[in-house]
Write a protein that binds this ligand. Structure first.
Ligand code: JA8
Length: 229
């Protein structure tokens, strides 16, 4: 999978060389290109923002550097998806991560300040599938950390990135329920015992207990997950 990232803070993505994503990069499973938006400015101060038309607080990202940077990212590609993290976007879910993990080319645009000139989205949508995506109902200072989170969720779903694919199917959210509690040795720690069923060797009973724990936990902390479909 090819991944382009447009940002004014390329150094944030140095962290992509570590851990799972680092291995996926080294193995050539993902080809990541981090692009500095300021390389597409042409004034002495490398300006990427300006005051908002209509007034209001803060600054807006100018369209011209974005146009150039996205032209470069979209050059000689076939059917890319362009993702802009935004609190105004659709919510990022495991299902969207799964969909995006099957794409050939993802482009992430990291906004800062009060946002990007709307015409950048409109112009990009003529050439590519554009999605505004939110991690949740809170505001960050920019899209970079949101992109890191999305990339981790997406890249680990690409075949060959995570060692044991079974663990992907079993874990949280693929079945719409929260995870069951997990335990390892020792059998007693600070007076706290591991639930005896897990030591019973009865795999049918263990599976039933785990499913019951998932349902109880989901009802307690995320009843919204049980409501729909
Ligand atoms: C922000 Br500025 C900016 C850009 C993207 C995002 S995604 C999120 N939750 N907040 C803020």
């Amino acid at each position: 999978m090819r991944i382009d990232i447009v940002t004014i803070f390329p150094a944030i993505f140095d962290a992509l060389d570590v851990s799972l994503l680092g291995r996926a990069k080294q193995n050539g499973i993902v080809d990541v290109r981090v692009r500095d938006l300021r390389d597409h400015t042409h004034d002495r101060h490398r300006t990427v923002d300006d005051t908002p038309y209509g007034g209001g607080a803060g600054m807006v990202m100018k369209p011209e550097p974005w146009g150039e940077a996205l032209d470069a990212a979209l050059e000689r590609t076939d059917d890319p998806v362009v993702i802009f993290p935004s609190p105004a976007g659709e919510v990022f879910t495991q299902s969207l991560a799964r969909q995006l993990s099957e794409e050939r080319h993802l482009v992430f645009g990291c906004g800062r300040y009060e946002g990007i000139d709307q015409r950048v989205f409109d112009d990009t949508a003529v050439r590519a599938r554009v999605r505004l995506v939110s991690l949740g109902d809170y505001v960050l200072n920019g899209g970079e950390v949101a992109v890191m989170a999305m990339l981790e969720a997406i890249v680990r779903l690409i075949p060959g990135v995570v060692g044991n694919p079974r663990s992907l199917v079993e874990e949280s959210h693929e079945d719409g329920l929260l995870e069951y509690p997990t335990y390892t040795k020792p059998p007693v720690w600070r007076g706290r015992e591991v639930p005896p069923v897990l030591l019973s060797g009865n795999h049918g009973e263990i599976a039933r207990w785990r499913r019951q724990q998932q349902v109880e936990r989901t009802r307690r902390v995320r009843p919204d997950l049980l409501d729909e479909d």
